[in-house]
Design a protein around this ligand. Sequence first.
Ligand code: NAD
Ligand code: IPM
Ligand code: MN
Length: 362
Amino acid sequence: MTKRIAVLPGDGIGKEVAKGTVQILEAVFECFHHDYSFEEALIGGAAIDAEGTPLPEKTLKLCLESDAVLLGAVGGPKWDQNPPELRPEKGLLGLRKALGLFANLRPVTTYPSLLHASPLKKEVVDGVDMLIVRELTGGIYFGNPSGRRGEQNEVAVDTLEYSKSEIERIVDKAFQFARNRRKKLTSVDKANVLESSRMWREIVNKTVEKYPDVQVEHMLVDSAAMQLIARPNHFDVIVTENMFGDILSDEASMITGSLGMLPSASLREDNVGLYEPVHGSAPDIAGQDKANPLGMILSAAMMLRYSFQLEKEASILEEAVAKVLKAGYYTDDLRVQGGKRVGTKEMIEKVLDAINENQAIS
Ligand code: NAD
Ligand code: IPM
Ligand code: MN
């Protein structure tokens, strides 16, 4: 049966990186004679402009009926003054919530050819291979009340709320990943201040009884932000709540050299997933063929692995990315001396060439 992939390019560079990634996936599916369909829909600012809402009904319906969703990015200055319900970001948050995608995986790995691209010292970032497991459908992003109150709206409120079951399922997921990796889990919280973090800690301490082979440590988020830079090699799997994970993953991207390198997968128990790069719509470079498409391409590799169990095909994409970097092709965001500067389109062509040269395909 044909597998259905919903493609939501979104706004800004989201459109540029999504387009090339679909081309790459089509090439891989064709080589392996897999039967997949791509169906495009609007989300974010593009959907607000065309349909008056950041998450149109038909987009949500398509995603609910699809086997996986590929998303570029949403947002941009054009919509920044819109009321809360009419912001592009609301479309993305609504989609994650509606699909029940509570586990956001954000792997951070360094490439030998990019060690000099990081602002950190080469010996500090060499060998880093960590997985940030970010809770995605709870916390301060979704708590009630949220909004303004007071006679003159002079008070702004956001609520950080977690239920036990929401924490249990993400913590359990993180333990499973740690068990299949280097068996080390760092739980990041703010238990010295927040009640939700104290409950988080209790649940981690309880769950470890089920995973005695996994070594657990607790780290306060402010310290974790520092340790990520000081000794990134210390980390294997990090599990943390929604907003801490958002912030720490952008920070961790600089270990690899650029935010444009980081992929992500957002999953629920049945592994239906949403795959999107960690970066945003980058209004400062949108429409200029400057965006690094590798985070999006690596997100597509995660889709092949997690939603379709196509491990070999996923590896082919990842190997192609590594090969192109090794050959010295860099987009502008990768601050490496030498090599050849390429734009988004040429980078995608280079990845396509590397895929076609792969022995596993020919
Ligand atoms: P951003 O991630 O869009 O950009 C931050 C910086 O990184 C910019 O200088 C940008 O040029 C650079 N950058 C990001 N991705 C890049 C890539 N692939 N190649 C080269 N350079 C890249 O964050 P921002 O500027 O704070 O936010 C812009 C908009 O994107 C906002 O509306 C925000 O809400 C939205 N956003 C969306 C997502 C998403 O859709 N998942 C994620 C983050 C931000
Ligand atoms: C991300 C983004 C989103 C988030 C925004 C755009 C809602 O920053 O995917 O990291 O905060 O989750
Ligand atoms: Mn973010």
